[in-house]
Design a protein around this ligand. Structure first.
Ligand SMILES: Cc1cc2nc3c(=O)[nH]c(=O)nc-3n(C[C@H](O)[C@H](O)[C@H](O)COP(=O)(O)OP(=O)(O)OC[C@H]3O[C@@H](n4cnc5c(N)ncnc54)[C@H](O)[C@@H]3O)c2cc1C
Length: 327
């Protein structure tokens, strides 16, 4: 409970810096930011299911000087049994929030002719820039093994998975929006909790994962996706793919680094039949800009398949097959 949070312990904090060199003829640009995959021991006292979130209370001070800070929610990135598969841990995927005053970035000259003098946030900000560091994300990213962490929850019912095993699922995420998708994938393709010969859950559908990030080196959990793709015996192909459900569990994962190419990458990969196969659609953009990610991708596919996307989306919502969480 918020007034009586559980005292967990950090058992792993894997902070990754995503850094690209300054733009030049051989490099696309320079960006510095960090994400972490952090794991807390909750001693089995904070049971959760895939798709839920937990709260973290930082010691503060918060924005108005409050101590401790207010609760921040984070989507759980591990399946119910946790990364250690003993149902005693919970993992998160957190981005370190660092905000620099808008006018303290150099301007981007490449767009001048279009009348766009946007700040070049991939560059280096001016040295006198005021920098704001997010209270809780920095608290999490700076924690070390053995540190105590205050946890609340779990909460959230929007992003839960269906109970049956033979559904098709399409997952669209950007940035740390991958967290709940990772929890699903651990359950569907990794954990030793089910009835398959290798011990995994008897998922018998097709799972599509699309992760959008600004730069290729910020794709998250790539090794795991490659492993599950291989394991599910489905060679990754760039050709449009359709598949009837119910025969075997399959993962197809795609990363995309271009904002403009993002919806078309998903459309080309999925093909028009994707909307006819009654998929469960889970959309989780990092930032409000991506909240229409579902319609951007599916409206043209629906039209091609003879549906009106808006009506179709309404029906999907009613049938609990369309799940969107934005933060
Ligand atoms: C359901 C849900 C799930 C979420 N899941 C995740 C997740 O999986 N991973 C993840 O990384 N995040 C997630 N979040 C977001 C997370 O809850 C936090 O909002 C995020 O980490 C920022 O918190 P913070 O304390 O670091 O930043 P805060 O200190 O709360 O600051 C947040 C923003 O406020 C602005 N700001 C405030 N004060 C100032 C100031 N003085 N100067 C300049 N700017 C200022 C900045 O724009 C800053 O980015 C989720 C949120 C929700 C609601």
């Amino acid at each position: 409970m918020p007034k009586a949070p559980y005292k967990g312990t950090v058992i792993k904090n894997d902070v990754q810096a995503h850094t690209i060199t300054k733009p030049n003829s051989s490099s696309p640009g320079d960006a510095n930011w960090e994400t972490t995959h952090v794991t807390f021991d909750h001693g089995g006292k904070v049971p959760y299911v895939e798709g839920q979130s937990i709260g973290v209370i930082a010691p503060g001070p918060d924005k108005k000087g409050e101590t401790p800070a207010k609760i921040r929610l984070y989507s759980i990135g591990s399946s119910a049994v946790g990364d250690c598969q003993d149902s005693k841990t919970v993992s998160l995927c957190v981005k370190r929030v660092v905000e620099v005053e808008e006018e303290k970035w150099p301007l981007k000259h490449s767009n001048r002719e279009k009348g766009e003098d946007k700040p070049d946030k991939a560059g280096t900000c001016f040295p006198d820039a005021k920098v704001y560091r997010g209270v809780c994300s920095n608290h999490i990213c700076d924690m070390s093994e053995g540190d105590e962490v205050l946890i609340t929850g779990p909460t959230g019912a929007e992003m839960l998975l269906p109970i049956e095993q033979d559904y098709n699922i399409i997952m669209l995420a950007t940035g740390t929006g991958i967290a709940p998708m990772r929890s699903y994938m651990r359950l569907l393709f990794h954990d030793k909790v089910g009835a398959n010969p290798d011990g995994t859950r008897k998922f018998e559908g097709l799972a599509w994962l699309f992760l959008g990030v600004p730069y290729a080196n910020s794709l998250l959990y790539v090794d795991e996706h490659d492993e599950y793709t291989k394991k599910s015996n489905s060679p990754v192909s760039s050709a449009p793919t359709t598949r009837s459900r119910g025969s075997r569990r399959t993962l197809r994962a795609r990363g995309c680094t271009s904002r403009r190419g993002w919806p078309s990458t998903r459309r080309t990969a999925l093909g028009a039949d994707a909307v006819s196969e009654d998929p469960h659609l889970h959309v989780r953009p990092e930032g409000h800009g991506g909240r229409h990610g579902g319609s951007g991708c599916f409206a043209p596919l629906a039209t091609k398949a003879g549906f009106d996307w808006k009506d179709f989306a309404k029906e999907m919502k009613k049938a609990h097959r369309y799940h969107v969480e934005v933060y």
